[in-house]
Ligand binder design. Sequence first.
Ligand code: 5GP
Length: 139
Amino acid sequence: MPAYDPDNIFAKILRGELPCIKVYEDAAVLAFMDIMPRADGHTLVIPKAPARTIEDAAPEVLSGLIVAVQKVARAVKSGMKADGITIQQFNESAGGQVVFHLHFHVIPRWDGVALKPHTGAMADKDALIEHAARIEAAL
Ligand code: 5GP
């Protein structure tokens, strides 16, 4: 497996070198809005510890991370008034990974509503802020 790249986008967000719209943070985890959401309220949950994929993450990092994913998923479902939640996690390019810092996607779902396609278009910032506020309020 390639080495962890400390200049990946999420590492820069963690260091405060790039902005993000945050919904949750603790000593080990950061959760923020996906800038190109597949659904309104699409949130990313990442460990603060460097890990490229699920393979090189330490077990104690993973165990804390999945509990944070559950916490964020509950808030996303409640704050976005969703009917369900899709959790995704991709590893390496072949697995669909684009940003090489371990992350979980938490995507709210509504009955009969398909995921938006990956267009590469960034979402409206005000909409992302509004969704983040709804999720944060439900935490
Ligand atoms: P994956 O690596 O699992 O395929 O997905 C990476 C995710 O990160 C994508 O859903 C993409 O929209 C999101 N993303 C890429 N660049 C940025 C960024 O600069 N900020 C935020 N908040 N999300 C990003």
